[in-house]
Ligand binder design. Structure first.
Ligand code: NAD
Ligand code: 3PG
Length: 389
């Protein structure tokens, strides 16, 4: 029986991917083979030694100490693109909310609740509406920072609203570029995008190079009265500097999915409770994808959509399977193969892939894998994780 420890609210459709005859998936597993989670922070937790993989049903993995886990041979997965449409639609709402005073005007209407006279209410409605006059999005410029799964969808959506779109992504993958309309103009750097955009929306991961990258210095490039939308991560902005920009009018509004005490107090902040991926569809897409990636890894050693291990797949035909991870240095695979040859073990099939500092191998052999054989492979220099699959 394989055990999956869950955190957060994981969609049933995802949990139902685990066959009940062979898996137990619940929040109370003490010695799990894998963890399935959303935003739960793992930085301050010690994982049980039994854990082989962690799957993030979602995009951002900044709640997971990925580098530490890599050294322990723990494979970390995410679900690229599975919630992108949900975030795109909330960006659309963010543009409209900031352009049209929608929430404030709704609150104004609610304030008329005690007026019973139709004429009086009509007069207040007509007199009050001038406070909430807005702007149209058509012909305004949207700057999209990060053109991955979400950014590309946001850029294309904004074009369909009649906006002009500028994008900035120095690490744009070929696959992501294929998703992007040719009408999106490329900015050479962040400051050039900020200087030309009426609305700026952030769609980058929170990593060393992006944490705090919207700060006093970059905000000086922002067009006067622009709106900043941040449904990516709160850490991307220096909050004090953003609040100062709101106070001085440099920013007209800050729409964000990450409320803080100071932002909640601010009239020009429009805040959601981390709602970007909270649609039934996105939650199901993420949970199903994460669960299936875990199943294929636990049962076959295959790896798809990992953020720390290489993509690797070997079909199961015959024989017993071993997987091992090692430092990406010469001779390790050769040494393991020599060891098998010395034991008169025939290799039926083999795939080896590397990513950055690590290599990972799937081996099918013509004999039963014994704990002694696993121990012997584990002792080969630079091998840091071995498993009979
Ligand atoms: N609010 C939510 O609920 C919610 C939902 C999904 C994702 N997110 C956040 O959005 C982020 C992006 O998600 P995604 O699915 O589009 O990821 P993605 O990996 O598909 O795209 C991220 C893009 O950012 C680019 N990038 C990296 N560093 C950059 C930089 N310094 N400047 C410009 N571009 C840079 C990458 O090249 C990549 O194309 C996630 O990491 C997560 O933090 C939030
Ligand atoms: O990175 C993500 O996918 C989002 O922030 C969604 O987070 P959630 O799964 O906790 O809603």
């Amino acid at each position: 029986m394989k055990k999956i420890r869950t955190y957060n609210n994981i969609a049933d459709k995802g949990l139902n991917q685990f066959p009940t005859q062979t898996y137990q998936a619940s929040s109370d597993q003490q010695t799990p083979d894998a963890i399935l989670l959303r935003s739960h922070k793992l930085h301050n937790e010690t994982l049980p030694k039994s854990v082989l993989a962690v799957a993030r049903a979602g995009a951002g993995v900044n709640n997971i100490p990925v580098n530490d886990y890599t050294q322990q041979g723990i494979v970390v997965f995410n679900t690229p693109g599975a919630n992108a449409n949900a975030v795109k639609e909330l960006v659309m709402a963010s543009l409209l909310l900031s352009a049209r005073g929608i929430t404030q005007s709704m609150n104004y209407v609610k304030s008329l609740i005690d007026i019973t006279d139709d004429n009086e209410r009509h007069q207040k409605v007509e007199a009050g509406k001038k406070q909430f006059g807005g702007f149209e999005l058509q012909d305004k410029t949207l700057g999209v920072v990060g053109l991955g799964a979400i950014g590309a969808k946001v850029a294309n959506m904004a074009l369909s609203l009649g906006m002009k779109v500028i994008g900035y992504d120095p690490k744009l993958s070929v696959e992501a570029a294929w998703q992007l309309s040719s009408q999106v103009t490329k900015a050479d750097n962040l400051n050039s995008l900020l200087a030309r955009s009426d609305y700026v929306t952030l769609h980058v991961p929170a990593v060393e190079s992006t944490i705090g990258f919207i700060n006093q210095e970059s905000l000086t490039s922002v067009k006067e009265g622009a709106t900043l939308i941040n449904l990516a991560r709160g850490e991307l902005v220096n909050e004090t500097d953003v609040i100062h920009a709101l106070d001085t009018g440099k920013l007209n509004a800050y729409v964000a999915d990450f409320p803080t005490a100071n932002l909640i107090k601010h009239d020009k902040a429009i805040l959601f409770p981390h709602l970007g991926a909270s649609t039934a569809e996105a939650e199901e897409n993420c949970a199903v994808m994460a669960a299936n990636q875990l199943i294929d890894f636990l049962e076959n050693g295959n790896i798809k959509n990992s953020v720390n291990f290489p993509t690797i797949n070997m079909e199961r035909t015959q024989g017993d399977r071993i997987t091992f991870a090692n430092d990406n240095v010469p001779k390790v695979l050769g040494e393991v193969l020599n060891l098998l040859a010395d034991l008169n073990i025939n290799v039926i099939d083999l795939v080896n892939k590397s990513r950055d500092d690590i290599a990972y191998t799937i081996l099918d052999i013509d004999q039963t894998v014994t704990p002694e054989l696993i121990d012997k492979i584990a002792q080969v220099e630079h091998v840091f994780h071995v498993r009979a699959v």
